[in-house]
Design a protein around this ligand. Structure first.
Ligand SMILES: NC(=O)c1ccc[n+]([C@@H]2O[C@H](COP(=O)([O-])OP(=O)(O)OC[C@H]3O[C@@H](n4cnc5c(N)ncnc54)[C@H](OP(=O)(O)O)[C@@H]3O)[C@@H](O)[C@H]2O)c1
Length: 316
């Protein structure tokens, strides 16, 4: 049996669907059923039920978005740092292998290839980079699992949410048999307040930046594939290979959904001043470690086009 924590959430529901499809017996837990954030309760549960694997999708992602975490710091720290640490300790004590859903939002920017090497560029909105992003994507490289997060409490500025997610990774690194699965800006064909494609369609103004992003279904499949194929434990970037700008997402929406409206874009300074409360991570990740482990995710443009082609509006 697989134990799924946070099964009621956006990511948890996707795991539940995929586990059902694979015919894998699992128990989805909500804090309403049993408060798994209490160490003695979780340890006792693991001792009694002896799951073959534990999946942690629980965490505090902020509602309606991560700005909410700035006003709920204690809950955010509990959900994103202390909870994974506590789960890690309970799994280590019972020798239970497990996977933790982390986030790629602990990075900012990308690496730019130059003739004499490469440099870290934390801000991809700089006008001189636009040309590179659109016409020379091969000159942009993502952060690998070896790179230290650069959007964290150790490397400020960062959002409180990102700071706690980076600390959560630190807290469980090397603790027993654990996968740290990094998810980024999830999307799929199901209209939802947490779906990037829904967000882009609902923003009064769109913020253009470049990101590596994760198709929610591809993400959960890849997480389970890593475990089922016996890939080495450790950290994996699970984004659809490549990157995409928000403007390219809008172009795909216009082409496929034909919403019959224009999209307005923020000007950079305006967005930082009026658009958000906390700084946002925009970053490009390298997913070649996942591919080298033999697990495939579709290229990002293909996954976006497919999600839009099969789009299910919320009220239909
Ligand atoms: N959605 C995204 O854009 C995104 C992107 C990257 C990474 N992630 C990560 O993916 C994980 C799941 O995110 P999600 O979007 O599925 O979130 P969600 O829809 O809010 O679900 C998270 C679930 O975690 C449980 N939980 C346990 N402790 C919590 C706490 N202190 N605060 C809030 N919820 C808590 C809740 O389930 P019960 O109370 O029912 O147990 C909740 O339903 C999080 O770790 C998040 O950081 C999300």
């Amino acid at each position: 049996m697989i134990l799924l924590l946070g099964a009621s959430g956006y990511v948890g529901q996707a795991f539940a669907r995929e586990l059902e499809l694979r015919g894998r017996p699992f128990t989805g837990l909500s804090r309403r059923d049993l408060d798994y954030t209490r160490f003695p309760a979780l340890l006792e549960l693991l001792r009694q039920t002896k799951p073959e694997f534990l999946i942690n999708t629980a965490g505090c992602a902020g509602k309606p978005n991560i700005d909410a975490c700035e006003n709920a710091k204690a809950e955010t720290l509990l959900g994103n740092t202390l909870l994974p640490q506590l789960i890690g300790a309970a799994c280590a004590a019972t020798d239970t292998p497990w996977g933790h859903v982390s986030s790629g939002c602990i990075f900012s920017g990308a690496k730019i290839l130059k003739n004499d090497g490469q440099r870290i560029e934390p801000d991809l909105t700089r006008p001189e980079l636009r040309e590179l992003l659109v016409h020379f994507p091969e000159k942009i490289q993502g952060y690998t699992e070896e790179d230290e997060p650069n959007f964290s409490f150790r490397h400020p500025p960062c959002s409180f949410y990102s700071g706690t997610k980076a600390l959560g990774e630190d807290a469980i690194a090397g603790m027993g048999r654990v996968y740290t699965w990094r998810l980024r800006l999830p999307f799929d064909e199901f209209d939802d307040a947490r779906n990037l494609l829904s967000k882009v369609q609902r923003y009064p103004k769109v913020y253009d930046n470049a990101n590596s992003i994760s198709h929610r279904g591809d993400f959960v499949k890849a997480c389970l594939d890593l475990w089922e194929t016996g890939a080495p434990f450790g950290t994996y970037n699970l984004t659809n290979p490549g990157f995409i700008t928000t403007r390219q997402i809008v172009e795909a929406i216009q082409k496929i959904l034909r919403p019959g409206r224009n999209f307005e874009f923020w000007i950079e300074e305006e967005f930082q001043q009026f658009g958000v409360k906390s700084p946002r991570s925009n970053c490009i990740l390298d997913s070649s470690k996942l591919l080298a482990a033999g697990v495939k995710m579709r290229p990002v443009a293909e996954a976006i086009d497919d999600a839009l082609t099969r789009w299910h509006p919320e009220n239909h």
